[in-house]
Write a protein that binds this ligand. Structure first.
Ligand SMILES: Nc1ncnc2c1ncn2[C@@H]1O[C@H](COP(=O)(O)OP(=O)(O)O)[C@@H](O)[C@H]1O
Ligand SMILES: [Mg+2]
Length: 294
């Protein structure tokens, strides 16, 4: 059985796609795991980082995107989930110099349209309109689960909005990573996504769940380590589980966004931020292992 790791925050620009891809590389190269990344964001940034613009266009032409998979499955015309994946993506090499096992279900600009279309179909078929939303989410959950067959870790890069796909991903995940930048807007965004993940209405209800029993963990990204940032970090850590590993504001991490045709080592890609990337990977891996053992 695969471990499902969702990366989510209602806020954009906090590093969800960057961290999704970083962990895909880390699990594949350092962990020797078979990794699959499902791009659930119609901005398609994870797909662009992992396969470049041309690769993504080719996938679109071949109808290998998440929107194609959703629509075909609803029409009962879909092939195997594997037919929708692009294999051996990314621009880092494993120790043997070859591409590690990272597969991708490419994102699609049409994901929202596809979900709207599916919703209308479900609504037509359903007798009771009340249950359409939950049935729709349940169906998407089962669709996401169909991918686990050949993989150890499935990473779900979520869109900031409340799409059915994002809600299904939050339900499916064994662990939800919530990246945040240390500013006040992010603090509010973390509070909101935490309620969603734990299905609680307010902070008082959420506080009843001990921090170490939560399904999510926050990760501070782009830290410059000012005292103001440290205060915000400490405040978030009072109410939420926060990983001790944090990522600095780093030009190597910013540059890692650009796909390169030539393969290089993971240390080369993440440069002086590599020790931080490694610490993040190890902490996330140990949390997933704990969950497996529990
Ligand atoms: N630690 C970091 N240091 C420098 N730039 C970063 C860092 N994390 C993310 N970025 C940059 O911030 C921008 C937003 O990141 P992204 O991963 O696309 O966020 P999201 O997926 O949450 O919208 C990108 O240009 C990315 O390169
Ligand atoms: Mg993104």
């Amino acid at each position: 059985m695969a471990e499902f790791l969702a990366v989510a925050n209602r806020k954009g620009g906090v590093g969800k796609s960057t961290i999704s891809v970083m962990l895909a590389h880390a699990f594949a190269v350092w962990g020797g795991k078979r990794v699959l990344l499902l791009d659930l964001d119609s901005q398609c940034n994870a797909s662009l980082i992992l396969q470049g613009g041309e690769g993504w266009l080719a996938a679109r032409k071949a109808n290998k995107t998440i929107a194609d998979y959703f629509l075909d499955t609803f029409d009962e015309a879909a092939g195997a989930p594997r037919d929708y994946l692009v294999h051996q993506v990314g621009d880092v090499a494993a120790a043997n110099g070859k591409r590690p096992i990272i597969s991708l279900l490419p994102g699609s600009l049409l994901l929202e349209d596809a979900q709207g279309e599916l919703y209308v179909k479900e609504a037509r078929a359903a007798k009771d309109p009340e249950i359409v939303s939950s049935r729709m989410r349940g169906r998407l959950e089962r669709m996401l689960r169909r991918f686990e067959g050949n993989y150890d870790v499935v990473i779900l890069d979520c869109a900031p909005g409340l799409s059915f796909a994002a809600l299904a991903a939050l339900k499916t995940a064994n662990l939800v990573l919530v990246p945040f930048r240390p500013d006040y807007v992010s603090q509010l965004a973390v509070d909101r996504v935490a309620l969603l993940i734990e299905s609680k209405r307010n902070g008082t209800d959420l506080a009843e769940i001990p921090l170490d029993a939560r399904r999510y963990a926050c990760v501070a990204n782009a830290m410059r380590d000012s005292s103001r940032e440290r205060n915000i970090f400490d405040e978030i850590a009072l109410d939420h589980p926060v990983l001790s590993a944090r990522l600095p504001q780093s030009s190597a991490i910013a540059d890692a966004f650009d796909f390169r045709d030539d393969l290089r080592g993971i240390d080369d890609k993440y440069g002086d931020a590599t020790p931080n990337v490694r610490a993040l990977y190890e902490e996330v891996a140990s949390r997933l292992t704990l969950r497996l053992a529990a």
